[in-house]
Design a binder for this molecule. Sequence first.
Ligand code: F6P
Length: 540
Amino acid sequence: MNATPTWKTLSEHHAKVRHLHLRQLFAEDPKRGARLTAEAVGLYLDYSKNRVTDETLALLLGLAEEAGLRQRIDAMFRGDKINVTENRPVLHVALRAPRATTIVVDGENVVDQVHAVLDRMTDFTNRVRSGAWRGHTGRPIRNVVNIGIGGSDLGPVMAYEALKHYSDRSMVFRFVSNVDGTDLAEAVHDLDPAETLVIVSSKTFTTLETMTNAQSARQWLLDGLAGNVKAVAKHFVAVSTNAKEVAKFGIDPANMFEFWDWVGGRYSMDSAIGLTTMLAIGAENFRAMLDGFHQMDEHFRTAPFERNLPVLMGLLGLWYNDFFGAETVAVLPYDQYLKRFPAYLQQLTMESNGKQVKLDGKKVEYDTGAIYWGEPGTNGQHSFYQLIHQGTRLVPCDFIAFANPLNPLGGHHDILLANVVAQSEALAFGKTPDEVKAEGTPNWLVPHRVFEGNRPSNTILAARLDPETLGKLVALYEHSVFTQGAIWQIDSFDQWGVELGKVLAQRIIPELQSASEPKLGHDGSTNTLLRRIRKMRASP
Ligand code: F6P
């Protein structure tokens, strides 16, 4: 890509505009703050506080065209096998397509399959929430424990936290992901197995962490229910693509909710992987969330690039990543309910676009996926914002805010909103030495109190955080990841980088467990660490 005419022009253009200050850009164009905005499906994006001129935007949009983004979008929505290394279509958009839609994969309309599963999930959810589904001893289900990891955990836990306001408060929801026994032990320590439903969520149903946790949860259940294996059928359900492994584990395939290999783990929160979310917020709210996703899908598919929110965000991110050399993006939601949103985005963005070779297997000659991180505001302001304001690194920020609170409490929401607006203003415009001096600051202190400004940000605004809006927001990021992946010409839908560690861990487990001293064949560091761990365990 970096050999194309537009990329080269962008490089030259960058050299010309890199020192332009946002103060100057706003002074030259009083309408900039209203002009460089875009609005779609109820989300408002202010991208005026980015270090771009109209020429930059035109070039970036040209880059998207040149990279064939339009064709890539069409290929994804059509169900082409764009995940080339796994030879699979990428059809999370089918998970939220209305019933009447047709998307054919291998001769079958997958939208019919999606709705059949959604209907089963709805029926199950209604039975659990109404108390019609009973546990083994006849008691209703009060607690739900989701066991999964990666996409089979981060989406459900993020959505549960984000939509807690809409959840059934008489039920308890816990999420277990880490193979560290502490995670499961703490999740179930105060739960009554007779009132607990365990949802084992795993696309493959072979993931070591999830299977280990599921086995231990099964034992916990049996210990609490007099060892009666018949209890498992009433207290365990599975969400998976792998019916064979589900049956092998001992879960009746009748209690399995299916999804398909054309759904990537990190794109699966609105498949059956969302069963916990549906149990928490109810089927109607879940479908409203799907509708939000779909609205953003349609916007992404049809809107011209210059008004297309995911395309604009993807391009702006690429501008900092590849031309300014920025390494990270901070995602800063000013909403406590979105506290797990940055963690969710880390898998979405970094597992998707953390790639070093292109689709053709050749090494990329430019940087790909940025490092995503963040915390809700205003908390972050009192920890890491110092670096964003006055540090030596460029950290583009995404601020996310909602005009209306879900918990109106005195002046809290005005204070919250004032802060999010103030932060982007401070980052962009800063405070000059003259302004600092004019406040009577002694000369020696002036440099310490200067804010250079010119630190870019997007602000995403919506009326309120509801299920529909959450769907729109997640889809916005999904498609902005897609936009970047298309331009970088990488496979955003595989994750080979997680394999090696898994394989090595399998080899090491018996070396740790062996009663006699094992013969170790690793490198010097790994051998020494293993011996040290074995020694420490032998004599605590
Ligand atoms: O971390 C690798 C990964 O394959 C993710 O892509 C996936 O979301 C996660 O593991 C869990 O996989 P599964 O749902 O198959 O248990």
